[in-house]
Design a protein around this ligand. Structure first.
Ligand SMILES: [Ca+2]
Length: 648
């Protein structure tokens, strides 16, 4: 049997069964059985004129929290509340990535952005030929596919070719007679940018004094103002969604159309969008199914709530299941509607890596109660000063309050280095401020979810294990997905190195030093990361680190340099940083940006380093004008650094 099919089936089984320790023999029997089922129980072909239309409405950057139908009595979202009463509201729905483009990458492909190698926000890395998009499948089934209008799929592609119509005028009304439609509408009203410019307080509909703010935010007028403004934006968005539904009603197609509504990820008040907490990933998710398709009902009757875990990776399988198209094996989610609906999965998985100019790597697992988080860069703070995020007045006020020593422990935590692991009881601690990872009472939960997270990385061949600076070396012009699934990738070694590097305790120093000797730059990277995390015990590795600081892989050299600097070996570290910034033949933008982030985190400084950063900035600062600034991460980071140092 093909290895990939075998692994995939095993993964599905894992999600269905509490017990991971089924014997290998039983696994083989079950695998064979499930594969047999897959190949024999193909779905019946549905004629195009019997297919339901699908109208999918996406709103930007909004958490479930801000909707009345999700239990918030201060929210004013009557139209979405009504939609929920007519449809099915999913209480455990998640974006697999807490930010626009990677979230959309997963929605479009049915493959985790982390698996596609398209997790970096933003980027243009290739998509694998193996991975298809849902408009391609829906076209084959006879659908007229329109997109109004956001694309932002985080890979290099031809969006005009993907859709029958793709513009702000795109509409299902131009389809052929009798043809089913799949129409997407995205609404920007609640986008992060909606709080960048403050509405005068007297014009706000929601009262800043009455909003309940998250306990990790300092209780300041400017913070309350942004919260109130964000409630206002939801009210406006709710009315705009109602217009789309009204148009559907007036078209006479409402009785033939499944309506899917969701937020594209959480947001937007600081520590939500971009972060794999509830606030960044738990989205509103409502599906309205007309009576004539009641065979698709996920619960007894409209108005019922559904507590099944769903995440965006499940959308493509669900679309295919609705349309009667067999769900191909490479897809990584589970159909939650239709004939190919699977049993309820046990977990949902979430990831983040680079956001604009800021690096981090975090993986999260959610069951119906707990959220487990593993931090692969615990030496980076949560609230790194990301240019776009800190345009929100409340975000800046929070950072200012922290720097002024005016924040309490919980409010300060996100400006300090992170623990390696976090575990939250989302039922009893919805703001996720009580980390249970070291609580012995939760040791079993921790172990179970940690195992699920490792298992998931293996199953999807998590491309996050490769530092972005090394992508071109491994993927070339192709997708990192293809490399990760090829025999050339020493996946098990990589996974083991990453997990060992991020294991709490004194650290396996000898193993990390051995990793530094690997031919594979990503394995060397995890060796350096292991030493950085466990630097209190890394004295015997100094010489290896000094060699690694000269590595020709930027991420390896940077991690080694940072470790040395933090251990007091500053000269060697500074030389390494300067080499990466100056050597434009061997190092590219990603290398420079990675090094600049490191310099910022430890505030490494010397006259020569300052001069080098200034030269980088001066030579390219014109590139920072307008939105182009978000494509030149190294220049943007050099600007941030020089501002911090008072140089510009
Ligand atoms: Ca978004």
């Amino acid at each position: 049997m093909h290895t990939e099919t075998h692994e995939k089936t095993k993964y599905r089984k894992m999600k269905r069964q509490q017990n991971l320790k089924t014997s290998k023999f039983a696994a083989l029997i079950l695998t064979t059985f499930f594969s047999f089922l897959f190949f024999t129980c193909q779905t019946k072909v549905i004629k195009p004129d019997e297919l339901p239309n699908i109208l999918m409405i996406t709103t930007e950057d909004n958490s479930a929290y801000f909707l009345g139908c999700y239990g918030n009595s201060y929210a004013t979202t009557p139209n979405l509340d009504k939609l929920a009463s007519e449809g099915f509201l999913y209480t455990n729905a998640f974006a697999n990535c807490p930010v626009c483009a990677p979230a959309r990458n997963t929605i479009l492909t049915g493959v985790y952005a982390a698996s596609n190698g398209n997790e970096q926000m933003r980027s243009r890395y290739a998509k694998s030929e193996i991975v298809k998009t849902y408009p391609e499948y829906m076209h084959e089934a006879g659908y007229y596919c329109t997109n109004n209008s956001k694309t932002d799929y985080n890979y290099e592609g031809d969006w005009e070719a993907l859709w029958d119509e793709c513009s702000r005028e795109a509409t299902y009304k131009n389809r052929a007679e009798g043809q089913p439609f799949f129409a997407v509408y995205s609404n920007m009203t609640t986008h992060e940018s909606s709080i960048h410019r403050s509405i005068p307080t007297e014009e706000l509909k929601h009262d800043p004094a009455k909003v309940e703010i998250a306990p990790y935010h300092p209780d300041l007028p400017v913070v309350r103002h942004d919260w109130a403004q964000y409630y206002d934006k939801h009210e406006q968005m709710d009315a705009e969604v109602a217009e789309i539904l009204k148009e559907l009603e007036e078209s006479g197609e409402a009785e033939n159309t499944i309506v899917i509504y969701y937020g594209d990820h959480g947001g937007v008040l600081a520590r939500s969008k971009r972060f794999v907490y509830e606030t960044g990933t738990r989205v509103p998710f409502i599906i309205r199914i007309p009576e004539k398709y009641k065979y698709l009902y996920p619960a007894e009757k409209p108005g019922d709530k559904v507590d099944r875990l769903v995440s965006f990776v499940d959308l493509v399988p669900a679309f295919l299941s609705i349309a009667g198209i067999p769900v191909p094996e490479y897809l990584q989610g589970d159909a939650f509607l239709g004939e190919q609906k699977t049993e309820d999965p046990e977990y949902a998985f979430m990831t983040r890596k680079r956001m604009d100019e800021r690096y981090d790597m975090v993986r999260a697992v959610r069951d119906k109660k707990f959220r487990y988080i593993r931090n692969y860069m615990p030496f980076r703070i949560t609230m790194q000063h990301l240019d776009y995020l800190f345009r929100a007045p409340s975000a800046q006020a929070w950072e200012d309050a922290f720097k002024a020593g005016q924040t309490n422990e919980v409010q300060s935590r996100f400006f300090l280095e992170k623990p390696l692991e976090e575990l939250y009881d989302t039922e009893n601690d919805p703001w996720e401020i009580n980390n249970l990872a070291e609580d012995p009472d939760y040791a079993d939960v921790l172990a179970r979810m940690r195992e699920a997270q490792t298992y998931w990385m293996r199953e999807v061949r998590d491309a996050g294990l490769i530092p972005e600076t090394e992508y071109p070396d491994f993927a070339g012009d192709k997708s990192l997905y293809d490399y990760m699934h090829s025999d050339a990738c020493p996946f098990e070694e990589l996974l083991q190195a990453a997990q060992l590097a991020t294991t709490p305790g004194e650290g396996s120093i000898d193993a990390f030093v051995n990793y530094l000797k690997s031919d594979h730059s990503a394995i060397r990277y995890w060796g350096a990361v292991g030493l950085l995390i466990h630097r209190d015990h890394a004295e015997p590795a100094i010489q290896s680190l000094e060699e690694a600081a000269n590595d020709d892989a930027g991420a390896v050299a940077t991690m080694a340099a940072e470790t040395l600097y933090r251990m007091g070996e500053k000269e060697q570290a500074l030389n390494s940083y300067i080499r990466i910034l100056k050597d434009t033949v061997n190092f590219a933008m990603a290398d420079r940006n990675f090094a600049l982030n490191s310099i910022d985190a430890i505030n490494a400084q010397s006259p020569e380093l300052t001069k080098t950063v200034k030269e980088l900035y001066d030579s390219q600062s014109s590139a920072l004008e307008g939105f182009a600034r978000f494509n030149v991460f190294d220049v943007l980071m050099s600007e941030t650094l020089l501002k911090k140092w008072g140089e510009i």
